[in-house]
Design a protein around this ligand. Structure first.
Ligand code: AKG
Length: 311
């Protein structure tokens, strides 16, 4: 099948290019306002490339009219605030769409996307690669098979360090990224609800541009959480050696998922192409959680509710 990629110069775009190639498909058109996209040559040397969205769209419509090399999928990894517009463009081109997380920054935009899906007969799927991580599968299976009626005590530490480029890019602009809770936290808000059920209470204890922390209570778990992109927050033993520390301690048992992210986009693509993608309703709860966290005013932690990094 033929793929187009919107946001081809971005941080995560190479993972999409690799996934398109690894699943046996062709990248035939790409767009980004930034022209640092030489990596395309290693994946698809004949891929058409545009730095103006209008020219990209014109090309895509021409492909569609000509029929021969028509697009089947549009992949979207543009800045978060543009996802909705780019997903709509892809659906209206008559394509299915694979979009980076967060699918949209505001939950109400999901209803608009649902209408465009109905109008066009095409579907959008969100990349939620953490759902495919083996450590998360293990924890999920454990909790779901145990079927306990008391709440788990959970401590979630999610540190994925990013250098100064992060704040200089659109990711550092909350009007575009909607903050680290939307850009990165969405992964674990998503899996916490999958594993521990409905969200009952949400409190934010701390927030700045690099980190957020708080307490979430689910049907079957009490979760103290800490999210940071600051390398200074890594455990001392990892600093300077490894960029990430991601772990869920569930009743004293550690489920670590610091590594193993490289292949998850390809798995995500395989699942979408096999008809098992995560559509609009699958991501609604995590986007609602992110939105509520962004609106919450930080308050002091209650007893046993603060993550140890804050104390
Ligand atoms: C991103 O930076 O877009 C990610 O999804 C990365 C998540 C992580 O590093 O844990």
């Amino acid at each position: 099948m033929n793929f187009a990629l919107i946001g081809a110069a971005g941080y995560i775009a190479p993972r999409h290019m690799q996934a398109i190639q690894a699943t046996g498909h062709a990248l035939v058109a790409a767009y980004d306002i930034n022209d640092s996209v030489g990596i395309i040559d290693s994946i698809s040397p004949d891929c058409a490339f545009f730095t103006e969205f209008e020219s990209f769209l014109e090309h895509a419509w021409r492909l569609r009219r000509q029929g021969e090399c028509a697009l089947d999928y549009v992949a979207v990894c543009s800045p978060n605030h543009l996802h909705s517009a780019h997903v709509v463009a892809g659906l209206q081109l008559g394509c299915d769409v694979i979009c980076e997380k967060p699918l949209v920054p505001l939950p109400e935009q999901l209803d608009e996307l649902r209408s465009v899906e109905e109008e066009t007969g095409h579907r959008v799927y969100s990349i939620m690669q953490l759902r495919h991580h083996p450590a998360i599968h293990e924890l999920c299976t454990r909790v779901l098979t145990e079927g306990r009626d008391t709440k788990y005590d959970v401590e979630l530490t999610y540190i994925t360090s990013r250098g100064p480029w992060y704040m200089a890019s659109w990711k550092g602009d909350p009007r575009k990224s909607f903050g680290v809770e939307a850009d990165i936290g969405v992964h674990f808000f998503d899996i916490l609800a999958l594993i521990f059920g409905g969200l009952e209470r949400l409190v934010v204890h701390y927030r700045d541009a690099h980190k957020v922390a708080g307490y979430l209570e689910y049907a079957t778990a009490r979760v103290r959480w800490f999210l940071s992109i600051d390398a200074a927050d890594l455990p001392a033993s990892l600093r300077g050696h490894r960029p990430s520390y991601r772990a869920i301690v569930c009743d004293d048992e550690v489920f670590e998922f610091s590594t193993g992210f490289e292949a998850l986009h390809t798995i995500s693509y395989r699942e979408v192409l096999a008809g098992r993608g995560f559509g609009i309703e699958a991501v609604r709860h995590s986007l609602e959680t992110v939105h509520a966290i962004r609106r919450a005013t930080p308050e002091a932690p209650g007893d046993d509710e603060g993550h140890p990094r804050l104390l």
